[in-house]
Design a protein around this ligand. Structure first.
Ligand code: ASP
Length: 300
């Protein structure tokens, strides 16, 4: 029985001084998710565990350290989906919630399943999930950049995870602070099923990152999964999905993909993308900030 987990830390430009932090964050997330899988946990539990690690790490644009919107505030979107039941949960434009991915997972069994802003915050509080002051999620670096309106190239970016558990079930999750300086209330693709993430019962599961306004019209996560048809390798399917986006709508994006056999794929057209994975048969997790390096895994 094959277990597999892959995480991303966003399609972005990663400056030399942030390579180590990106790799360390991805490694810690893979390890957290892998620990869940090897103890017999479900794919959805592993995805939640891995994304919680990334949300707590200010290297990434999710929860703590998320990029700030037009009002200098952190506003978060997250979603999770499980392939066997097609169960899903999503929240958007939430504030003062430490782990939006956990709120998304909690809401999976509820109706309605997609809550925004105050309704999502109320749901989180009523269900005993970790709340904080909305200011507590603002990292110094993000605050200074916002205040000085610096043109910074290596901004943090969205996080995501896809996992395959011992029962052969796939799950995917994505969590983000959106785009830098985005209009308060703007919602991108990350919490949108089919675009920011998708998991199905047969082919595979995918989490995406990049320009939400370009990802949504090409339904990027579902498109990548559909390319798995005919037993295509996930690496090729991921690249075909990014090519589709480039040719149809332009924009920058990346995606991570697992198929039902636990084969790993990822592709992006940004300068870099932080990524890490572990599958049955590997002795250690592999982590990268660039695809070219993936033929010779960089182990930390
Ligand atoms: N996809 C996210 C959004 O548009 C941002 C990102 O992944 O960088 O909100």
């Amino acid at each position: 029985m094959t277990l597999a987990i892959i995480v991303h830390g966003g399609a972005k430009t990663i400056s030399e001084d942030k390579v180590a932090a990106n790799k360390a964050g991805c490694l810690a997330a893979v390890e957290a998710g892998w620990a869940v899988l090897t103890k017999g946990g479900t794919a959805a539990e592993a995805v939640e565990a891995a994304i919680r690690v990334l949300e707590a790490d200010q290297t990434f644009n999710a929860s703590l350290g998320a990029t700030l919107n037009s009002e200098g505030e952190v506003e978060l979107d997250a979603a999770i989906m499980e392939g066997a039941t097609l169960g899903w949960g999503a929240v958007a434009a939430v504030q003062g919630v430490r782990h939006p991915i956990s709120v998304a997972r909690k809401i999976m069994d509820e109706k309605p399943r997609f809550l925004v802003a105050r309704s999502a915050e109320r749901f989180a509080a009523e269900n005993g999930l970790e709340m904080c002051k909305k200011e507590d999620l603002i990292a110094d670096e993000q605050w200074h950049e916002w205040k000085e309106e610096q043109e910074v190239l290596d901004r943090p970016n969205t996080v995501g995870c896809v996992a395959l558990d011992a029962n052969g079930i796939l799950a995917a999750g994505t969590s983000t602070g959106g785009t830098t300086g985005q209009l308060a209330g703007r919602v991108g693709d990350s919490a949108v099923i089919g675009s920011g993430l998708y998991a199905d019962g047969k082919l595979g599961a995918c989490s995406t990152t990049g320009d939400g306004e370009s990802i949504i019209p090409v339904v990027l996560a579902k498109t990548a999964i559909d390319f798995l048809n005919g037993d295509r390798h996930p690496d090729e399917a991921a690249q075909m999905a990014i090519n589709t986006l480039k040719s149809k709508v332009k924009g920058e994006a990346g995606c991570i993909l697992l198929d039902h056999q636990g084969r790993v794929g990822w592709a992006y057209n940004s300068q870099d993308m932080a990524c890490g994975y572990m599958t049955t048969g590997q002795d250690k997790p592999a982590v990268f900030t660039k695809k070219e390096a993936s033929t010779a895994p960089v182990l930390v």
